[in-house]
Ligand binder design. Structure first.
Ligand code: HEM
Length: 516
């Protein structure tokens, strides 16, 4: 009875945290919505390292750059694992790189990723980003009210072109729709609180299928995921056979498969990991940026001023312009700080006991990096809930003068340690940001009855692993007739390049590009 009573309570040496209950520990405290906000609240009460007990296991939440350095960077070998995720095993045979255990398969996949996402490789893919951003501008010109889906199409199409060499010219493209359907079902399996807690109550994995409906759901999802990713890989193989390469990651991987020690299935699923990692995050960034610009017209006016001085309206911007636009760079940093797209990263998992100051972090602890909390710490940032790019012009990290910046980085939104986002360079959104601000005025739409802007709060964020500012009624217009005609001309001149990625386009998408 005494042993049972102690299950769920905090062992000596664990960092502080909310009071526990016998047996269940902090299970009931763990939020299922706006998790990052609760993490930030706990950090303000208990400090920059907090622990929770979930039954037998410990969860550690770290909320300062120094803790991130200590636990995820300096001890990166023992904190590079991911928590056990039975559904990753059931659906992908642990082939999803973002959730894969830190073993040989993962290490081979990661090695391939780092080569494919190197600085040089990312420069090679700039023309795809530019051409897709040209369509994004053109889409916004033609159908500004659908901005929310246009940015999503842009992000998905860019990454599909880079990874599998196939593009998606419209949001209704069968590929976009299939991908999002599968993503939704996958998130339903893995989001906290959505699935039966198989990883906490391990005997559940042995329950026969007739009493475990999730097993049939996972089997079906697994078959459809394989169809999609292996089918896309086969398109690359067919292209290679026809000698019609278009430079995609997967073509490269298939050629170098042996060097990386990857099976065909691993190659296909590596592609899926890149699409998942690279599409939703970019969409979230752009949606947040548009909302912040529309609700902060002073920021937008200053950005337009800078762009007009350096670029003007006589030519299209180029990526080389970015280095001469410090305010634009500050906007990009502030968007990441204001609403980090992956607010608590992906959980890490410790494979050995570690000591941090007076605290002991047990082996097999789940570790969350509280990115949102770090970026919204009132001791470091003046008015952290206000969108204020100027802060990055005043100090390197945008922090209040005198704040402790010893271990701070401007790229904490990409995570830390050995699992840090491998797409950091590719996920640099300066091309699309520059094009959009150069070409458009973003405003909140007015209510035709009252003539006043419809209520929009940039601090209202969407829910999920990946977050952004919520959808708002936008009024998006080209900045002038000159800008409009340049956008049209730019889209029409990028069509020849985009065709390289339209070799397998279904007929309905082909009809769209012919008439759009
Ligand atoms: C705004 C852009 C992006 C943000 C904010 C972002 C953020 C993150 C974060 C926070 C993680 C978890 C890191 C950790 O566990 O410590 C992550 C992982 C990952 N990201 Fe990104 N990401 C972005 C773009 C991309 C792009 C463009 C790609 C692919 C081309 C990508 C691929 C991945 C992959 C594969 C992982 C899993 C890494 C692993 O477990 O080893 N991400 N990302």
């Amino acid at each position: 009875a005494r042993w049972l009573w102690n299950v769920g309570s905090r062992e000596p040496g664990l960092p502080p945290g909310p009071p526990t209950k016998p047996l269940i520990g902090n299970v009931l405290d763990f939020p299922t919505r706006a998790i990052y906000k609760r993490f930030a609240e706990w950090a303000s009460i208990y400090g920059d390292i907090v622990s929770l007990k979930i039954g037998f296991s410990s969860v550690i939440i770290i909320s300062s750059p120094e803790m991130v350095r200590q636990l995820l960077d300096k001890r990166s070998i023992t904190t590079a694992n991911r928590p056990p995720l039975h559904f990753n095993e059931l659906v992908t045979d642990d082939h999803n790189v973002g959730f894969a255990p830190f073993g040989t398969r993962y290490k081979n996949m990661r090695r391939a990723l780092l080569t494919l996402l190197s600085r040089e490789a990312c420069i090679e893919h700039l023309p795809i980003k530019q051409a897709e951003a040209s369509q994004l501008m053109y889409d916004l010109l033609k159908q500004p009210e659908a901005y929310f889906t246009h940015v999503e199409r842009f992000s998905v199409s860019t990454i599909f072109s880079i990874v599998f060499g196939v593009r998606c010219p419209r949001h209704e493209s069968p590929l976009v729709q299939t991908f999002f359907r599968l993503e939704e079902e996958w998130e339903d399996r893995i989001a906290p609180g959505h699935q039966p807690p198989v990883d906490m109550i391990s005997f559940l994995r042995y329950v026969p299928e007739r009493w475990a409906p999730w097993k049939a759901i996972c089997r079906d999802l697994r078959a459809r995921q394989q169809d999609l990713w292996i089918g896309l890989m086969q398109s690359c193989e067919n292209r290679m056979q026809r000698e019609a390469h278009n430079g995609s990651f997967i073509e490269h991987l298939l050629q170098e498969q042996e060097k990386y020690g990857l099976t065909r299935k691993e190659v296909a699923f590596l592609g899926s990991g890149l699409i998942q990692g690279g599409s939703i995050t970019t969409t979230a960034f752009l949606r947040t940026m548009i909302c912040c610009l529309a609700t902060h017209t002073d920021v937008q006016a200053r950005a337009h001023d800078e762009i007009d001085r350096i670029i003007g309206s006589g030519r299209m911007p180029t990526i080389e312009d970015v280095q001469h636009l410090p305010y634009l760079q500050a906007i990009i940093k502030e968007v990441h700080r204001f609403c980090p797209s992956v607010p608590y990263a992906l959980p890490h998992y410790s494979t050995a006991e570690e000591t941090i100051g007076a605290y002991t972090i047990p082996k097999n602890s789940t570790i969350f990096m509280n990115i949102y909390g770090i970026y919204h710490d009132e001791d470091a940032y003046t008015q952290p809930n206000v969108f204020m790019p100027e802060r990055f012009l005043k100090t390197e990290f945008g922090t209040t003068p005198g704040a402790d910046n010893t271990s701070r980085r401007n790229d904490m939104h990409f995570g830390a340690g050995r699992r840090i986002c491998p797409g950091m360079l590719l996920g640099n959104n300066s091309t699309a940001t520059l094009y959009l601000i150069w070409g458009f005025d973003f405003k909140v739409a007015k209510d035709p009855q009252t003539g006043l802007e419809k209520p929009t709060d940039p601090n209202e964020f969407t829910e999920g692993f990946v977050i952004s500012c919520a959808k708002f009624p936008a009024d998006i217009r080209p900045r002038s007739e000159v800008h409009s005609s340049m956008i049209r001309a730019q889209y029409s001149s990028s069509r020849a390049f985009l065709r390289h990625f339209e070799q397998e386009l279904p007929s309905e998408d082909q009809a769209f590009v012919d008439t759009w």
